[in-house]
Design a protein. Structure first.
Length: 188
């Protein structure tokens, strides 16, 4: 099956220090390979530290600070995981507001591993079917989500997966949802 063509689509990747590197680099490359333009959005400018599990990996240049980013400029949002990344993002008001804006505009959002912690803060999981890293199951259920243990779940433009091992199907569904565009049921 051919990958979706998302030429001309601009995709925001929202993250901070502590991101699980492969959960950034794999979807980033998939977006580029499908003709899209990935943009790294973060709470701070400069560089961010990626991790491979608990080990430091590469650094990544921030394209735009989240406080200066306009969600209207992007066609979709990707939230990579990593415990530290996700934990720090969910307490950044500008990051929470940025993520919520994608749901309010019915735009596709893809979140993997610990990324859905930010979705809880954004008020975007109540009544939604999704997955995540297994340690977030109780948090997500307590926030009203229908949490399931599946490699990828798509609910009205919201794509979620559990861990790096699910990246091939996560990337494919991310591209499919971006190609489809806004979904009326994608709300916060």
């Amino acid at each position: 099956m051919a990958a979706a063509d998302i030429s001309g689509k601009k995709i925001a990747f929202l993250l901070t220090d502590g991101v699980e590197q492969v959960e950034l680099t794999s979807p980033w490359q998939a977006v580029k390979d499908a003709g899209g333009e990935p943009v790294l959005v973060a709470p701070k400018t400069g560089q961010l530290q990626g991790f491979d599990g608990v080990d430091k990996a590469d650094t990544f240049d921030v394209d735009v600070a989240v406080a200066d980013a306009d969600p209207a400029d992007y066609d979709a949002l990707v939230l990579p995981g990593g415990v530290v990344n996700a934990d720090h993002l969910r307490v950044e008001a500008a990051a929470v507001d940025f993520a919520r804006a994608f749901f309010e505009a019915h735009k596709p959002v893809a979140s993997i591993c610990h990324g859905p912690w930010l979705l809880i803060e954004a008020g975007a999981v109540d009544g939604r079917r999704l997955t995540s890293y297994h340690t977030l199951a109780t948090d997500l259920r307590n926030a009203g989500a229908d949490w399931v243990d599946e490699e990828v779940v798509v609910d009205q433009g919201l794509v979620t997966s559990r861990s790096p091992k699910d990246l091939p199907v996560f990337n494919a569904k991310l591209l499919e949802e971006v190609a489809e565009g806004p979904h009326a049921g994608q709300t916060a």
